[in-house]
Design a protein around this ligand. Structure first.
Ligand SMILES: C[S@@+](CC[C@H](N)C(=O)[O-])C[C@H]1O[C@@H](n2cnc3c(N)ncnc32)[C@H](O)[C@@H]1O
Length: 389
């Protein structure tokens, strides 16, 4: 493949995260052509996608457009997919996986669509190369994404392969962990840049604290991972890739200026968080301890408190959590004057127990659960409101 040919690049993310992804993409020097509910597009080369894969914190997949055509039925699709020069994309001894989404009357079963696309590619490769590649569901080698909307089809090389949110540091996920890309978006939305202390009570498996350490030191999350879809495309240049990784490693590598403190009442959670931080190479940057959230030590220089308490849908009892949420409000009010407190929750009824007026309410989705990031400014003398929003 020509790694310098420009084409549309679709970058996908979780619902609600597009503004944060857009800010990251622009900070990386790209301009955005269009925004969608769960992603955005820009124009770029396969070489550009290398940089995007290594740097982006809030993205799921970086998809490079190979083809786009009108299509009305599956036999037509088979012929149109089969005319594409797949021998320039999939290595002869490769392994292929197809991921598709359809919103068309032509098909109601994406398994069948995956199969049809895979057959078209494999049949073409058998004709041209004299042998067929292996194919299956694993996304650790060449991954092709197909979107079929009404009578329009888009075909992409998935340059990420596995989702970028799988950073590979979370060997011990513990209970109800946040997806890494969502944790990064929460921190960026809360205004975290490493220029103030960060305190993360109820840290669970440590995702927020680990992502904070990566942000504060400018470390690109993709450097934690060795495998990406782009490495399994014909024409991939491993020397260029190694050079780019070195350059991006140099661009980061800032010292941590302010402390990152992570606590949890459960010592097994802290053991898991420590282990995960170790795998991510940031354990020496985070001060872990076991305690009730309200006993978390706050540095004298105010900064940001970020909390992700259970919200009673999957874990914990609502009645018990009412008391916990009220205590979080008391903690913010009584111990955190001058700090910004941000709470990520999927239960807005429970959030009312905080009893403080929000300064920002940012909608985000945790899988399919609609959540909010609620931020509170704790000025000296912040008062409880009579009718908290
Ligand atoms: C939803 S989990 C946090 C998940 C975390 N964001 C992650 O990505 O792994 C909530 C955490 O709050 C902790 N927790 C519950 N009650 C607590 C309390 N009173 N003080 C401190 N931690 C508490 C639980 O042990 C659990 O680890």
């Amino acid at each position: 493949m020509d790694f310098n040919k420009k084409a549309p690049v679709l970058i996908t993310c979780g619902r609600g995260l597009v503004p944060f992804l857009k800010a990251e993409v622009e900070a990386a020097g790209f301009s955005v052509d269009s925004e969608h509910d769960t992603g955005l597009t820009l124009t770029g080369t396969l070489t550009d996608t290398m940089r995007l894969n290594l740097k982006l914190r809030t993205a799921f997949n970086v998809l490079y457009q190979l083809d786009h055509f009108d299509c009305t039925d599956t036999e037509h699709l088979y012929r149109l997919i089969g005319r594409f020069p797949w021998e320039n994309v999939v290595p002869p001894d490769g392994y292929l996986s197809v991921v598709s989404q359809a919103s068309t009357q032509a098909i109601d079963n994406t398994m069948f669509l995956n199969q049809k696309v895979k057959d078209a590619i494999v049949d073409r490769l058998r004709k041209v190369n004299g042998k067929r590649p292996d194919a299956g569901p694993d996304r650790d080698r060449t991954v092709i994404n197909v979107y079929w909307n009404r009578d329009k089809v888009w075909v992409y090389a998935n340059t990420s392969g596995e989702k970028l949110s799988d950073r590979s540091y979370r060997k011990l996920p513990y209970k109800a962990p946040l997806q890494e890309s969502l944790a990064a978006a929460i921190l960026l939305a809360a205004g975290y840049s490493g220029e103030q202390p960060l305190v993360n009570p109820m840290c669970g498996s440590g995702t927020l604290a680990i992502e904070a350490a990566l942000i504060a030191t400018g470390r690109a999350p993709g450097l934690l991972r060795s495998n990406f879809g782009i490495k399994h495309l014909v024409g991939f240049d491993s020397d260029m890739w190694d050079e780019l990784r070195k350059q991006i490693r140099k661009e980061g590598g800032k010292d941590l200026k302010f402390p990152i403190i992570a606590t949890d009442i459960d010592k097994q959670a802290i053991a898991a968080a420590r282990k995960n931080a170790q795998t991510a190479g940031v354990d020496q940057l985070i001060e872990f301890s076991v305690c009730d959230f309200a006993d978390t030590p706050l540095p004298s220089n105010p900064g940001l408190i970020v909390m992700n308490p259970e919200y009673g849908m999957r874990l914990g009892e609502i009645r018990e959590l009412e008391g916990t949420y009220k205590r979080i409000g008391d903690f913010f009010k009584q111990k955190a004057a001058g700090w910004r407190g941000c709470l990520f929750t999927g239960n807005l009824e429970l959030a009312k127990r905080i009893g403080l007026r929000t300064s920002r309410r940012i909608p985000m989705f945790n899988a399919d659960i609609e959540c909010r990031l609620l931020c509170y400014e704790m000025y000296e003398g912040t008062r409880k409101t009579k009718n908290p929003s």
